[in-house]
Design a protein around this ligand. Structure first.
Ligand code: FES
Ligand code: FES
Length: 185
């Protein structure tokens, strides 16, 4: 049974190791912030961080995720205060929202290694498809978040969503917390 750490919580999935990580996150762990097109076509609505690198969770099996540190959009910041989340709202870069979690994860990974990316660097990092076509706003949001990270700018906090993460999550039988001693290295 594959073990990994998800959003700083050691977990073990009682699921087929060949199952894509995406389905385990959404269907078993109830982490539905990670979106899905169901088959690799959306190029990134399913993006999560795997050991800090943005990867498509539909293209990774549970076996391949074994022992890795996984971060989903729910774990990026508990209160949606990550600079890119704030900048996405401030730049009105969220339309239907389908692509948004994947964009945020890809952008956050970029900003972690480069807080002042050029337009070209943002475009290269955000390979994600946005069917609403807000690409110019996405670039502005990532660059603005970089300025916030560098403390050259601040953004007024976006309104709280009114939903606690603990309320959104549900206990499900396919996921169980591991004692710390059993957590993957
Ligand atoms: S679910 Fe669409 S690319 Fe992974
Ligand atoms: S905001 Fe609708 S798909 Fe990107």
């Amino acid at each position: 049974m594959p073990r990994m750490t998800i959003n700083e919580r050691p977990v073990e999935f009682d699921l087929d190791p060949d199952m894509p990580l995406l389905y385990a996150l959404r269907e078993a762990a109830n982490l539905t912030g990670t979106k899905s097109c169901g088959g690799g076509d959306c190029v990134g609505a399913c993006m999560v961080l795997v050991d800090g690198t943005a990867l498509r969770s539909c293209r990774i099996t549970l076996a391949e995720a074994e022992g890795r540190l996984i971060t989903t959009i729910e774990g990026l910041s508990r209160d949606r205060s990550h600079p890119l989340q704030q900048a996405m709202v401030a730049e009105q870069a969220i339309q239907c929202g389908y692509c948004t979690p994947g964009i945020v994860m890809a952008g956050a990974a970029l900003l972690q290694r480069n807080s002042a990316p050029s337009k070209e660097e943002v475009e290269a990092a955000l390979s994600n498809l946005c069917r609403c076509g807000v690409y110019p706003r996405l670039v502005r949001a990532v660059q603005r978040a970089g300025r916030v990270i560098q403390r050259r700018e601040s953004i007024s906090a976006a309104p709280a969503p009114g939903i606690e993460a603990a309320d959104a999550a549900q206990r499900v039988p396919a996921l169980r917390a591991l004692p710390e001693a059993e957590a993957p290295e």
